[in-house]
Design a protein around this ligand. Structure first.
Ligand SMILES: Nc1ncnc2c1ncn2[C@@H]1O[C@H](COP(=O)(O)OP(=O)(O)OP(=O)(O)O)[C@@H](O)[C@H]1O
Length: 553
């Protein structure tokens, strides 16, 4: 019962979103004006031809001005068509640029706890924004010009021969009915085809990402069959779209040809006086030529619109996904205060979107400037979430957090003043050196060697012949969990940030390595404010204070 209104609401939302996206740039007004000028030039061309024909008996001098009019109109048509295409393309570039900037901003400034993945956002920036190209460059100008241009042709025809104009109008009515029927079917089929295409490409990308797991579970044949079935489904849907498209273009061509043929027969019989019924007009040669030259122009704007119809479907499908992207989070109003920060947590609650239970129930504590606090607590008690909250990666659902006396919301997060080693350290494609220098671009060789030593990366580099020049891929393939953490820790050691945030820095380590690392961490915490989430009581013992989470839960 609610499906239809829901679909209608979605379609309305899509249309509004597309309208707003185009209003940003678009330049459709210029393209529409140029397409209408093209129609005016077509009328001039027909006038030139007709004038030249009736001037033939009066000699070359009489023909020349009409021939020049026809030639200039022909050149103007080419020019207007080219400028309309250029202006449409430039408008589309402008609108796509704005949209891309908005999506990139949404990717870079994701609201804490949002669920849009980087993959979704990046595919939105590329493919989905591109899908709006034809809609803005071709479809919108063609639709608006398509509503006015036939009326201009009709008015010009009516001046020369009202009956011919009536014939053109008469063929338009069944044409509109046929196009409305075929257009509705085409829209449904085309939407289904786009959904099938999106499903297939999503499935394909997902399986490529999970290829090692597919091979490990010997699921190659099953997955290949599933991909084959999705591809067959897409092929079936594509064939249906093509069938409907052939039907509608068949209807368009039939009525276009019929209108020209009827006008031609009428003009011929009228000129010869052979019409079997009385008509209130007697056409001259010039009028007949004018009307005949203009008749094909009546359906030309609709042909242009039909050719761009596919662009509309592509844009609406893309709009469905793009409009669902989150708005970029508000920019920080202030920069974090300088110096060693004090952290204050007052009745802080973290609840992720769509979750009933809070990840962190009301928690209050304070970290003095230069103090090291260890967060201890069972798995799932919210230790990582608390660190993520400071970095702007988890939502503050209740309570207040201040950094150096300034509300966290005002500075957006502490990333600018923090050295951070998380549980899933970021590895970028490049050498291990590139990965370490992410924390401090200008770090010298001595500082780098100190960080490598402090984080215990020496044995790992020695095992790889090329040491710091060893190249890592985006997944950090070949690195163990402990090695990743050591890389993250080395980064934190390299950075001179006054705030140190460490999330389980000694996990995955044997006892001897842990002891060595604890000494390094304690040294790194000196002279900074530090917050360390850990399960290690040995590491917690080196902190100035321990805050236990999850006890009250
Ligand atoms: N992005 C998220 N969306 C929804 N729930 C989340 C998200 N991140 C964490 N949680 C949930 O919040 C709770 C606290 O998780 P968190 O990782 O902060 O705990 P933790 O104490 O650091 O655990 P561990 O010691 O295992 O690292 C868990 O129940 C977890 O499932």
């Amino acid at each position: 019962m609610t499906a239809v209104p829901h679909e209608k609401a979605q379609a309305d939302a899509r249309r509004h979103w597309l309208k707003a996206a185009v209003a940003d740039g678009g330049r459709t007004g210029a393209s529409i004006a140029l397409l209408l000028l093209d129609t005016v030039a077509a009328i001039g061309f027909a006038g030139g031809i007709a004038g030249a024909v009736i001037a033939v008996p009066h000699g070359v001098a009489a023909v020349l001005p009409w021939a020049v009019l026809a030639a200039l109109s022909g050149v103007a048509r080419g020019l207007f068509a080219m400028l309309a295409a250029r202006s449409g393309a430039a408008g589309a570039e402008e609108a796509k640029g704005r949209l891309r900037r908005r999506v990139v901003a949404a990717a870079l400034h994701r609201p804490p706890g949002g669920i849009a993945t980087t993959g979704t956002l990046m595919s939105a920036v590329g493919d989905e924004v591109d899908a709006l190209d034809g809609y803005i460059a071709r479809f919108l100008p063609a639709r608006k010009a398509g509503a006015i241009a036939p009326l201009l042709v009709l008015a010009a025809t009516a001046l020369a021969s009202p009956i011919s104009a009536a014939i053109l109008c008469a063929t338009l009515i069944p044409f509109i009915i046929a196009m409305a029927l075929a257009g509705g079917a085409a829209a449904d089929e085309s939407r289904r085809q786009f959904v099938a295409l999106a499903r297939l490409s999503g499935r394909f990308a997902d399986r490529v990402r999970a290829l090692p797991a597919v091979l490990a579970f010997r699921a190659e044949e099953r997955e290949a069959a599933a991909l084959g079935a999705a591809a067959d489904e897409l092929a079936r849907r594509t064939m249906r779209v093509l069938r409907v498209a052939f039907l509608s273009s068949g209807a368009l061509e039939f009525f276009a040809a019929l209108s020209v043929a009827l006008v031609a027969v009428y003009c011929g019989f009228n000129l010869l006086g052979l019409l079997p019924f009385p008509v209130p007009e007697q056409l001259g040669l010039g009028q007949a030529f004018f009307v005949l030259a203009l008749a094909p122009e009546f359906y030309a704007p609709m042909r242009r619109l039909a050719a761009a119809y596919h662009d509309k479907q592509a844009a609406e499908t893309a709009a469905e996904r793009l409009s669902a992207l989150p708005e970029p989070a508000a920019r920080a109003a202030r920069t974090p205060p300088a110096g060693l920060p004090e952290l204050c947590f007052e009745s802080v609650v973290i609840r992720y979107a769509g979750e009933d239970r809070p990840a962190l129930p009301a928690t209050s504590f304070r970290v003095a400037p230069g103090e090291t606090v260890a967060l201890l607590g069972p798995s799932g008690s919210g230790k990582s979430s608390l660190l993520h909250l400071l970095l702007g990666l988890a939502p503050l659902s209740a309570g207040a957090v201040t950094v150096g006396g300034v509300a966290l919301a005002e500075i957006g997060g502490v990333a600018a003043i923090a050295a951070w080693a998380g549980q899933n350290p970021l590895i970028v494609p490049g050498t291990i050196r590139d990965n370490l220098l992410l924390a401090h671009r200008q770090a010298g060789a001595d500082a780098l060697a100190g960080a490598v030593r402090g984080a215990g990366l020496g044995p790992m580099l020695a095992r790889r012949g090329d040491g710091l020049d060893h190249v890592l891929d985006a997944r950090g393939s070949g690195l163990s969990g402990g090695e990743r953490r050591r890389i993250a820790l080395a980064r934190a050691l390299l950075s001179h940030a006054p705030l140190l945030l460490l999330d389980e820095p000694t996990a995955h380590l044997d006892a001897a390595s842990e002891d060595a690392l604890i000494v390094t961490i304690a040294r790194a915490c000196r002279g900074r404010t530090a917050l360390i989430a850990t399960h290690s009581t040995a590491l917690a013992a080196t902190a100035d204070r321990v805050v236990r989470l999850g006890d009250a839960a």
